[in-house]
Design a protein around this ligand. Structure first.
Ligand SMILES: CC(=O)N[C@H](C=O)[C@@H](O)[C@H](O)[C@H](O)COP(=O)(O)O
Length: 228
């Protein structure tokens, strides 16, 4: 079955531990990946070449790979260089995702898509808004993700909840739509699919134990306060 067909109607689990936390190790990422697949994940999203190689050896489902960099002169973090694309393709990515926003960046987004396609992989555009998706389709991306909605200056106001409107707008473009970003409950995952997403990616709520623990810990404190 082709990769998009495998992902359609499925859950993608993003296995990205908290940076430099106790779970930020390739063997642990590989274990998370295997556990996600055991739970029914149709695909995975993995950051970094070493993590990707470890996860690739552990599972057979499609992997969306990224490489995050903190650049001194650009806000673009997700797979900013064509060399990153080639490294991820060589380490076993099926799909390579890149920042598709229209911001200051070291290499044009179109060049990244060209590099992804030249390596025989599919391109996923991590978008913040509708125009990002429009440009990405012209460039040759196969998947439009809502990943960056709420995380750019222009979309900072949307950082609460899931961007269901953007899912619908991408759907209207005729694209394969990946809902991603703050899908923190099973009910929200269902809402994204009902709104027109072809697949949905969940990260923090499944694989960032420190953050999930903090959510619950705060809820417990709130419960104590309510009892008083
Ligand atoms: C904005 C950005 O850099 N997003 C990243 C992209 O890979 C990850 O940090 C997110 O965890 C991922 O998109 C999944 O989203 P959530 O963790 O909200 O389920």
């Amino acid at each position: 079955m082709d990769v998009l067909q495998t992902l359609r109607g499925g859950l993608v689990v993003s296995c990205q531990p908290v940076d430099d936390g106790p779970m930020d190790r390739p063997d642990i990422v590989a274990a998370m990946a295997a556990a996600a697949v055991a739970g029914g994940a149709a695909g995975l999203r993995i950051e970094g070449v070493e993590n990707l190689a470890a996860a690739r050896a552990a599972v057979r489902v499609p992997i969306i790979a990224i490489l995050k960099r903190d650049l001194p002169d650009s806000p673009v973090r997700i797979t900013p260089f064509a060399d990153d694309v080639r490294a991820l393709a060589a380490a076993g990515a099926d799909i390579v995702a890149y920042d598709a926003t229209d911001r200051i960046r070291p290499e044009p987004a179109a060049d990244l898509v060209a590099a992804i396609r030249a390596s025989g992989r599919l391109a996923m555009a991590d978008c913040a808004m509708l125009d990002d998706g429009r440009r990405a389709l012209v460039d040759g991306a196969s998947i439009l993700g809502t990943t960056l909605s709420g995380y750019t200056e222009a979309t900072a106001g949307r950082s609460d909840g899931v961007d269901l409107a953007l899912i619908g707008a991408f759907r209207d473009l005729g694209a394969f739509v990946m809902a991603e970003g703050r899908v923190n409950t099973p009910d929200l995952a269902a809402q994204t699919i009902a709104a027109g997403a072809d697949a949905v990616t969940v990260g923090t709520a499944l694989t960032r134990l420190e953050i999930m623990t903090d959510w619950f810990q705060k809820a417990v404190v709130d419960g104590v306060r309510r009892r008083e």
